[in-house]
Design a protein around this ligand. Sequence first.
Ligand code: OAA
Ligand code: MG
Length: 218
Amino acid sequence: MTTRNITRFWEWGRKIICVGRNYADHAKELKNAVPTEPVLFLKPPSAYVKEGSPILVPHYSSNLHHEVELGIVIGKGGTAIPQTSAMEHVAGYALCLDMTARDVQDDCKSKGLPWTLAKAFNTSCPVSDFISKEKIPDPGNVNLWLKVNDKMRQNGHTSQMIFSIPYLISYISEIISLEEGDLILTGTPKGVSSVQEFDELQAGIEDILTMTFKVDRL
Ligand SMILES: O=C([O-])CC(=O)C(=O)O
Ligand SMILES: [Mg+2]
């Protein structure tokens, strides 16, 4: 019998819960209101892509955006987890990209439709290797950055989050029970921009880890 290893969480087939507009500067750059409650949406596990495979631009989009985000990998599952014990449910972290077909999202927003086509397509969730909890003792206090073809586009800090990680775990788990192997994307800082076929994205978190992805078209 093979045992599942949390360090390969993307192979588990668990859910990906994303928080939108969790950085005021990013909400403002897209002319959205700064939220007073977390904005949530989902990606399916088929959205995962790992280094070595390309990020694919959906055929129906001509404006694919990068969003660099800190991902929380859930260890111990739970429902209505109190903020005070939330961090006990965290197995570790991952550096993640919330790839977004911005033109499609704008269209969905104007029509009052869900964001599925804009956010949940194949390869919309590039992820790094698993980062142990020990490597990030204070996840609310780390620098995240992203370069496109060597040009810095996003350079943010998780201390700028509107809703803290313990708050998000508690808030989400009241609505959607968390299970071991789930991933929470905690929102992106400002600086999102378009990427095209043949671009190279490089993202990093402190001096802990960097990852590189090529963009391709089907
Ligand atoms: O599409 C958006 O702007 C919402 C989002 O995912 C984020 O803020 O990270
Ligand atoms: Mg996002």
